[in-house]
Write a new protein. Structure first.
Length: 240
């Protein structure tokens, strides 16, 4: 079984040379599956990209599982589990990529197009159930919103919100804000209720990059402490 990186020839083509680096397209910043990926899986995927760049045939192929596990310093069992989680990014000649997996890192595909594609797929599936009282768009929104409270009220606000913005754009904003500082701080305790978020049009909010706090016992330098104080003061000023 040959395992390789999906679409390697299209996005990492270098003709007859193998540079000591790989290309990383900005489009992954707007990729829904990228945002849902854990930090450990992204680190693993980055290492797989680098290892694939060593393929002498320039096709993005990866070595056999035993050698690959050794290169990644993990067991073959953990490697197999990780490859299943990354099945939209890594493929093999005997596996079938999930039908609803989006194409990744396509330069001319916008965030809206990616979300619209998944939105249509979810719509078709949800509309098959006649007993579902919620619209397909709301079900997709609800499944991705991290705080599950006030579903009926949120459904009412969803109907109003979709008159002001496209459902795909609202859902894209949820997926982007999930990794922002406002929602990541203190274990997500500042995430607004979904109905409130929709009512206030918060899909238009700008996203502040999340910077995790230093591990317990780790001391910050004077400049780092000053930067943290300035950031905290700016945050409080914006909230007032």
């Amino acid at each position: 079984m040959i395992t390789k990186i999906k679409d390697w020839e299209k996005f990492q083509h270098y003709k007859n040379r193998r540079p000591p680096w790989i290309r990383l397209y900005r489009d992954i910043l707007d990729d829904p599956d990228f945002y849902e990926m854990s930090g450990d899986d992204f680190k693993l995927l980055s290492m797989l990209w680098l290892i694939a760049s060593e393929d002498p045939e320039l096709e993005g192929k990866l070595p056999d599982s035993k050698k690959l596990a050794f290169r990644l310093r993990i067991s073959e069992a953990k490697l197999g589990q990780a490859l299943k989680r990354l099945n939209c990014w890594v493929i093999s000649d005997t596996s079938n990529v999930l039908a609803d997996c989006l194409q990744h890192a396509i330069p001319d595909q916008t965030r809206s197009e990616q979300i619209q594609s998944r939105y249509r797929a979810d719509t078709e599936q949800i509309q098959k159930s006649k007993e579902n009282p919620f619209s397909a768009g709301f079900v997709m929104f609800w499944s991705r919103y991290p705080k599950k409270v006030g579903k009926l009220k949120a459904n009412e606000e969803w109907k109003k919100a979709t008159k002001l913005a496209a459902p795909a754009d609202i859902i894209a904003a949820v997926m982007a804000q999930k990794t922002g500082a406002a929602w990541m701080k203190d274990g997500g305790q500042y995430i607004p209720n979904p109905a409130t978020w929709l009512h206030q049009g918060r899909w238009e909010d700008e996203i502040e990059v999340y910077r995790p706090p230093p591990p317990a016992g780790e001391r910050l330098t004077a400049s780092e402490q000053l930067q943290r104080r300035n950031e905290e003061a700016l945050r409080r000023a914006m909230e007032e």
